[in-house]
Design a protein around this ligand. Structure first.
Ligand code: 13P
Length: 249
């Protein structure tokens, strides 16, 4: 059975001290339901946030990592470092990384491999920009991102992946995909996985939604059969709002 997941992507927000308080607030409110809750913090927060986490269903994640194992790569952070800080998840291919830092699907394919080799779970982001949706190309865009970023994996490797569908036009804009739009493309994503890896793996892969998800719209989004949770930006910076989304399941 696939996991229900609500992951907070803090992006480049909070000082370490603010992050500690936020994590404490979330930890206090997590009540051990069947939802896996993940806090994806800035790198420098990982170790401290880990100390605040005591609930069984609460996990730590990073927002990126290097495509190299180790060595002379000034300023980079490796998957092994992330793992050693206590994280279990890493967001890869967020649209902000793709558009501001030029991350390509082929670079992301390398990062996915390294993340898996270090026993971390990639949360692999896909999603179209507004122009692509308006041109009716959104299904092709996400399929290409999956083909090039993920479909070189073996079936056992792919079984460990979480996919986040984040329409770029819905990120931080207050414009959410409708429940129908989310269900439609999540089903396309699951069918695309089934065509490559078979229906059992497709049924067991968590596909979560991201883009202006809030306590007020989470329930409607998550009630769709192919939406297995959310990747939350802005609303993850407030413990009450974030937990309002978690309890929407
Ligand atoms: P918002 O929830 O702020 O729209 O951000 C979504 C996102 O990018 C999560 O990764």
């Amino acid at each position: 059975m696939r996991k229900k997941i609500v992951a907070g992507n803090w992006k480049m927000n909070t000082t370490v001290q603010e992050g500690i308080e936020l994590a404490k607030g979330v930890n206090d409110k997590v009540s051990g339901s069947d939802v896996t809750v993940i806090l994806c913090t800035p790198f420098v927060h990982l170790t401290e946030v880990k100390r605040q986490i005591s609930k069984e269903t609460l996990y730590l994640g990073a927002q990126n990592c290097s495509d190299h194992q180790s060595g002379a790569y000034t300023g980079e952070v490796s998957a092994a470092m992330v793992k050693s800080a206590g994280a279990d998840y890493v967001i890869l291919g967020h649209s902000e990384r793709r558009s501001y830092y030029g991350e390509t699907d082929s670079l992301l394919a390398d990062k996915v491999k390294i993340v898996l080799e270090n026993n971390l779970t990639p949360i692999f982001c896909v999603g179209e920009v507004l122009k692509e949706r308006e041109a009716g190309k959104h299904f092709d865009v996400v399929k290409k991102q999956m083909n090039e970023g993920l479909f070189n994996l073996s079936a056992p490797e792919f079984s460990k992946i979480v996919i986040a569908y984040e329409p770029v036009w819905a990120i931080g804009t207050g414009k959410t995909a409708t429940a129908e739009q989310a269900q439609e493309i999540h089903k396309v994503i699951r069918d695309h996985i089934a065509a490559k890896y078979g229906s059992e793996i497709a049924e067991n892969t968590s596909v979560i939604y991201g883009g202006s998800c809030k306590p007020s719209n989470a329930k409607e989004l998550f009630s769709n059969p192919d939406v297995d949770g959310g990747l939350i930006g802005g609303a993850s910076l407030n413990a009450d709002d974030f937990m309002g989304i978690v309890t929407a399941f």
